[in-house]
Design a protein around this ligand. Sequence first.
Ligand code: ACM
Length: 569
Amino acid sequence: MRTYEMRAHEMDPTPHLIPRPVRTGPVPSGAGSCRLDGETVVEAGPGTEGVARWLRTAVGAATGLPLADSASGTSGSGSRIVLAIDPGTVPEAGPEAYRIAVDARTVRIDGGGPAGVFWGAQTLRQLLGPDAYRAAPVAPGREWTVPLGVIEDAPRFTWRGLMLDVSRHFMPKDGVLRYLDLLAAHKLNVFHFHLTDDQGWRVEIKRHPRLTEAGAWRSRTKWGHRASELWDEKPHGGYYTQDDIREIVAYAAERHIGVVPEIDIPGHSQAAIAAYPELGNTDVIDTTSLSVWDTWGITANVLAPTDNTLRFYEGVFEELLGLFPAATSPFIHIGGDECLKDQWRQSPAAQARMRDLGLTDEDQLQSWFIRHFDRWLTARGRRLIGWDEILEGGTMESGLTAGAAVSSWRGYAGGIAAARAGHDVVMCPEQHVYLDHRQAAGEDEPMPIGYVRTLEDVYRFEPVPAQLTEEEAAHVLGTQANVWTEVMQDAARVDYQVFPRLAAFAEVAWSSLPAPAERDFADFERRMAEHYLRLDALGVAYRPPGGPLPWQRRPGVPGRPIEGSPPNV
Ligand code: ACM
């Protein structure tokens, strides 16, 4: 990893901040800084104790400074970090707004709520320099200073997310916790946890133990994308115990990140069917012969629309609601994407069900599935969110609850339709923010798939389509980047796809940027020079601006690049 050269900070405290804050100043005349040292105390006002704890563990570890509680009887002869909640702290208001004011003796962080104070603390860490991102001090005795000035800041969107697919390739718990830290460092506040798919079931469900005993493991894996002839012939799998999940949820909550768990139904369910064959369309195929899928694509093996399936998944969701409390997981994601209907067309049982329900096509049957769980979740105080296919089969017309929301991934269209119908929307169009797509043209990208989406392309992504009126646009809760892991076998591959583009995405989600064509990408790149040093200190295996390092390449393993520009639907 690169080494960071210590250097004095410039007077303007914002030269390297990512995401860019709303406003800065006044910067006092004359250079100056506030020194943090062994005497520095933290004065944590009511409600900010968690932020003080985070400062002590994260920034304390990097700096070696105790950052003692001011109430602990320390002399108080040094500087102070004051944390307080003040709802009127900046004109933008809101619980995530904050103001950080630095004078010669005090760093004061006021937040609209605890989350705002936490985001202010993240800004403080950036102001301290890249070494503040390490796990232990590298230069004992060095000076830690914060440049004088004032920053006022608040996010554009309340939903600033990353979706991580841990089914196609399992990410062990420590990797997930690390990603939560990476989200927090970028002021992202939603972790969409894609826990189930055809290739593996990743969450322990006590009443259905075979979901993880059998459904979490596969005997081999396609190596490269589906066009590849290669196989990785070793077993792959893993899952999170219920205590692992509780730990992840609590760790996220301490970082003011909500978790959106996803159980994908009625498609993308082959791992569940392999574990419990009665969940599949047993009158179409011998579902006892199915295994957890070992390759990529969209499988024909989907859930059977039976009462048994409904009761089974109600049991799954009941345990899920216990693991993901409403306070930090108001939304439960039910997938709903890419459900092939061939087996339902061939299944006498599915056709009989459709007749009983008065449904005239299989899209309506999928819609019936979705609406069942919409009502079920709503009755339990949660909100359903699903991929934009949940709108097919007349779902909105047939009565989606008012709280149901849509993840718009096949472009903007699903999100526009949902917002116009008064539903909340998260914009994550694959043409812009699918971070599994390659980030440069050329042979060097490892297992390249999808369109070329460069750092600059992501920087110029606009989550709110111009067609929406102001009232409709208010339904765009925000945006998220999605990371599907078919070609990402380990955390280093995930890092390579996610970074540096997540930094650009974070600025899009947080900062109120001008229209895409007017965005100052040169300024962003200038700030990235420092941000790469932060990522180095954090040990992130990002794609360097010059292209992959030799060990980041995967010569000979085919991907599935798509040529040309993505359709902007
Ligand atoms: C998706 O990419 N299938 C949501």
